[in-house]
Design a protein around this ligand. Structure first.
Ligand code: FES
Ligand SMILES: [Fe+2]
Length: 332
């Protein structure tokens, strides 16, 4: 399954520590924890001995200790100690299954299987890279626990025609619902929409008046998208406001997800709470609609749902998922 070879975000980096925590990715239960050197690890959350949840255990001496009989595991999954038989040298059969982890963009990422050939890079998101730190400040909102499939959440993130209804008075107005034609093109890793114009009463925390906002949307992986929004000059408290928002999603089950938004903007003054509050408001408006959608899995057949010309980006996203062989969270 191709989804298993992709990197997925599973938790904010700073919440993963020496207190083990549970997460679920693509239906797989994981235990996340850090060893004494600060290295993060993800193991199957099922002890190889009697199947107890390792996330109920503790980290001791830089190793994960099962809550049931105290077997100890290294970050790589090797079992080092069986307290009931202290002289015994555990072998590979006593080990826990370990998954690859990476840390990037303030998150811990896991992939469940290594792809064939060279290891895949973690998503390349220049606006969010550490190198952009002097120019762009980063903040993350979430986790949002959503009873919706990852593709439905991404498609909503790419959708402008709902602004005037779901986000009335904020990102749109029902008096100005029209979506002007925009351009959609395939990229090496997904699809991109440019020239997307929205009339927004309150485009961000920095808005000082209604504004025409120019959006660029980019799907960078099957369950990931980034938008960059540029309000017309003179409508924000910050001159030349530059704002990118990435939608990070952990596909938990086929019909439920955990989402975060990562913001990168040239605003070094607003308190985190203010920026996060705005995202919480917007996502809080989206969530009930997302959770109401049926079917919960995104139908990829072109005629499965009705479309309008405003939905070109969503149609391109569905084609991309189909062409990528994605099965999780979709009706192929
Ligand atoms: S179930 Fe984990 S040590 Fe026995
Ligand atoms: Fe929305």
């Amino acid at each position: 399954m191709i989804e298993r070879t992709l990197w997925h975000p599973v938790a904010l980096s700073h919440v993963v520590g020496t207190q083990p925590r549970a997460a679920t990715l693509l239906g797989e239960d994981l235990v996340l924890w850090r060893d004494d050197s600060g290295q993060a690890h993800a193991l199957a959350d099922q002890c190889p001995h009697r199947g107890a949840r390792l996330s109920m255990g503790r980290v001791a001496g830089g190793q994960l200790e099962c809550p049931y009989h105290g077997w100890r595991f290294e970050g790589g999954g090797r079992c080092t100690h069986i307290p009931a038989v202290p002289g015994f040298q555990p072998g590979p059969r006593h080990g826990a299954h370990a998954f690859d982890t990476r840390e990037a963009y303030g998150m811990l990422w896991v992939r469940l299987a290594a792809p064939e050939g060279a290891p895949g890079p973690i998503h390349d998101l220049p606006a969010f890279a550490a190198e952009s730190e002097p120019r762009l400040r980063k903040t993350t909102s979430g986790p949002y626990v959503v009873q919706a499939s990852a593709p439905r959440i991404i498609e909503n993130f790419l959708d402008m025609a709902h602004f005037g209804y779901v986000h009335e008075g904020w990102l749109g107005s029902r008096d100005r619902p029209e979506i002007a034609p925009y351009q959609v093109a395939a990229t090496p890793h997904g699809v991109k929409a440019t020239g997307c114009l929205a009339w927004q009463p309150r485009a961000s925390v920095h808005s000082t008046s209604v504004a025409q906002v120019d959006y660029t949307y980019e799907v960078t992986a099957p369950y990931m998208a980034v938008l960059t929004k540029q309000p017309e000059p003179g409508t924000t408290a910050i001159d030349g406001l530059r704002e990118s928002i990435a939608m990070f999603i952990c596909p938990v089950t086929e019909e439920s997800s955990v989402a975060w938004t990562r913001m990168a903007m040239n605003d070094f003054d607003s308190p985190d709470a203010r920026l996060i509050d705005f995202q919480n408001t917007i996502f809080g408006q989206d969530q009930p609609v997302l959770e109401s959608q049926r079917p919960k899995k995104l139908p990829l057949a072109p005629d499965a749902e009705a479309h309008s010309a405003a939905d070109r980006m969503s149609s391109a996203y569905r084609r991309f998922l189909k062409d990528s062989g994605i099965r999780w969270g979709v009706i192929a």
